[in-house]
Every structure is written in structure tokens, then in C-alpha cells.
Design a protein around this ligand. Structure first.
Ligand SMILES: N[C@@H](CCC(=O)N[C@@H](CS)C(=O)NCC(=O)O)C(=O)O
Length: 207
């Protein structure tokens, strides 16, 4: 049996969380390797691209969150077999990655520059992307982004919407998603309310 280890930071969110969630939903055994921010500087250079998440498959370590999402999505039956549906799933995951990268680039900016950059992002790129994602969801039938069922694309957007609405991002209004893409909020609630997702976070809370 293939041995899997998923390495990511020790919090319930971010780029590594969709794959964790997918493996749990699919009932695929894996080592949930959680790295503290304190240990990260010593481990950074040992990862392929000096970043997390990574997935180690039978001792071979690979990186890039969406590549990992696709791989574990196939294992967990959360990735479309149909090529067109797979493309829709990939497009959504890469769009979410664009938003995450652009916000990530502002994290270490000085206070004034961060405020300006984030306000511009919120009014510009993020709004545009949220509107487009909402349009994609509608075109796919309104419930899930591809294949008319839960896929890793839904888990990726679930994490993104949770992050944007969390209030953790200074200068990005936490009601932005609600205002510009209310269907994404409904989608968030749909995914959050799935029994396997509820069960996962209940177990995490108890851990
Ligand atoms: N393109 C990569 C980006 C990975 C990335 O930037 N990961 C962040 C965490 S979400 C990271 O490792 N940051 C720590 C660092 O750069 O030192 C992916 O999608 O996995």
C-alpha cells in the first residue's frame, strides 16, 4: 500500500488544508505531519521548493499545493475523471491560488504599503476573481464547481472563502465575499455543512 505523508503548517487552513481534508473525506490513511513555525526555518531548505505543503509518496517528496490536491483528489475520488470537468476543477483551484499568492505578497510589506496594496487588491483583482468564481459556480449548476459533486476545487474555495471572511486579513473587508459573490457564501455553507467536513472539524477541536 502506498505510504503518504502530508507536511504542512500546524493550523487548520491554508494551502495544505484542502489535501488534508480530501484525504480524511476519502478515508485514505496518511501521516499528518504538522510543522510549527518555530521549526520551519531549519526545515525550509530541505523541502523541494522551500515551501509547504509537500506530499511524500513512498519516501519521495513532491510539492505544489494544486498538484498535491489533484493527486490526493484522485485517490479520494474527489477529482473528475472526465477531462472537461477536470479542467473546470483545475481552473478554479488555480484562480484561488492566484488570489492567495497576491495576498501572500503583501504580508511583509511596511504598514502603509500593505494597506494600499490590500485595498487595491480588494477593490480590483479579488473582487474580479470572486465575481468570476461565482459565475463559474452558477455555470456548473450552482452547487459544486465541477462534476456536479464535491471535488478538491470545492475544498480549495471553501478554505479561501473562510480565510477572506475570517477578519484575519487587515484592509480586506471581511464582508467582501458576502457583498460581491453571495453564492460563494452559500457554497461555503454547503461544504461546511457536509457531514464528513463537520465530523473532521469536530475531531480536530477535540484533539
Ligand atoms: N506554489 C506553492 C506556494 C507554496 C507556499 O508559498 N507556501 C507557503 C505556505 S502557504 C510557505 O511555505 N511559506 C513559508 C516560506 O515561504 O518560508 C504551492 O501552491 O504550494
Amino acid at each position: 500500500m502506498t505510504k503518504l505523508k502530508l507536511s504542512y503548517f500546524d493550523f487548520d487552513g491554508g494551502r495544505g488544508e484542502p489535501a488534508r481534508l480530501a484525504l480524511h473525506i476519502g478515508g485514505i490513511p496518511f501521516e499528518d505531519h504538522r510543522i510549527s513555525t518555530k521549526d520551519w526555518p531549519q526545515l525550509r531548505d530541505r523541502t523541494p521548493f522551500q515551501a509547504l505543503p509537500t506530499l511524500t509518496v513512498d519516501g519521495k517528496e513532491v510539492a505544489q499545493s494544486n498538484s498535491i490536491n489533484r493527486y490526493v483528489g484522485k485517490l479520494a475520488d474527489l477529482y473528475p475523471k472526465d477531462d472537461w470537468q477536470a479542467l473546470l476543477c483545475d481552473e478554479v483551484m488555480d484562480a484561488a491560488e492566484d488570489i492567495g499568492t497576491r495576498i501572500g505578497n503583501t504580508i511583509d510589506l511596511p504598514a502603509d504599503a500593505k494597506k494600499k496594496a490590500r485595498e487595491e487588491l480588494a477593490a480590483g483583482l479579488i473582487t474580479r476573481y470572486l465575481e468570476q468564481l461565482q459565475a463559474r459556480l452558477k455555470a456548473a449548476g450552482g452547487e459544486y464547481f465541477a462534476d456536479k459533486r464535491l471535488t478538491v476545487a470545492d475544498l480549495k474555495i471553501f478554505m479561501l472563502v473562510r480565510w477572506l471572511r475570517s477578519g484575519a486579513l487587515d484592509h480586506i473587508p471581511k464582508d467582501l465575499v458576502d457583498r460581491v459573490a453571495p453564492l460563494l457564501v452559500k457554497h461555503f455553507e454547503r461544504v461546511a455543512g457536509r457531514p464528513e467536513v463537520v465530523k473532521y472539524y469536530e475531531r480536530r477541536k477535540a484533539a
